[in-house]
Design a protein around this ligand. Sequence first.
Ligand code: G3P
Ligand code: CA
Length: 392
Amino acid sequence: MATPESNEQASGTGRRAVLGAAVLGAGGTVLGLAGTARAAGDPGRGRGRGRGLDSLPVPTIIGHRGASGYRPEHTFGSYQLALDMGADIVEAGDLVPTKDGHLVCRHEPEIGGTTDVADHPEFAGRRTTKTLDGVEVTGWFTEDFTLAELKRLRAVERIPANRPHNTLYNGRWEIPTFEEVLRWQDEQTRGRGKQVWIYPELKHPTYFRKLGLGLEERVAKILRRHGKDRRNSPVILQSFEPTAVERMSRLVGNPLVVLLDAAGTRPWDFTETGDPRTVDDLITPKGLKEIASYAQGIGPTLNLIIPRDSADRLTEPTTLVRDAHRAGLILHPYTMRNENPFLPAEFRKGSAPDAYGDVFGAYRAYFATGIDGVFTDQPDTGLLAREDFVNR
Ligand code: G3P
Ligand code: CA
């Protein structure tokens, strides 16, 4: 079954393409998912207007959905490994609601690709087709399940063609809740004697608001209850919908990041409200200045930092890093992945979809642009790449 997955890396066609696993065909053609304490000379101090961000090493290594290169994404197995590897922040998690209003960690409301729900005959009748941000999606949706029902499911690897080893862990972990993540953060912080940071994302806020399951107030309420809604709280919040980020800025003091999809795409909240602006407008100096009035950073696709040509090779960096920094914004682009299909063509090694390419070469190119951090599925690799970069 096809599952929604971002297409940020190779084709630049935007994240609403409905794709499955990334598979390299003969000749290296991308067939499936073609899709990106301060250090390093302290290039960013003062950006993001404090909010605790200054305590993070730069470039900051963010464990994307945990250490999802090694474990099924958005599980405590994945989060724990990211932290144990030394990730500066763990993206725990992408937040979606249940039918009874709890927040759980899944990349999408549709859970057919990341859980064993299809193996539960009692839920067969819940399989349905919905329109999610303008795209028809068939599967099972978190908003149709109570938390107790979701807790009966177990996580599985989303992209087994690229990560066959991760299937070893299929069925091992349940779906985490946001509250469990916040308690885990506290336990880990106490155990390590060092503040653990998390980076939750609000998924499809407009879609869920229309279902009566608004995310922003729920996230704010839970953060408040845990005393993590303040300027210096170690919780960075992110969303692809600028209006949701702006709303969060009125509800909590946490550092906020506006995610940016491929050039030319339009945030779904803008589509719904008739705002004609696209990502191209948001990354102009005027657009960035406006974002800086309520957020501390942006999370662009890597292709907005260095576009790729028709052969999928890197071209020249854009001025986005400079322009965002001038606006006082930090940049945490997404997503670095070690496997061939996700890398620019010149860094691939062979055509095996599960083989690693020269990801260190790719890191060198992206770090050289001055980005403040990066989301990565393999935090250990990212940390080594940072070490190389700061000691260069
Ligand atoms: O949140 C940064 C990055 O995670 C955005 O992409 O699709 O993985 O949520 P996605
Ligand atoms: Ca995310």
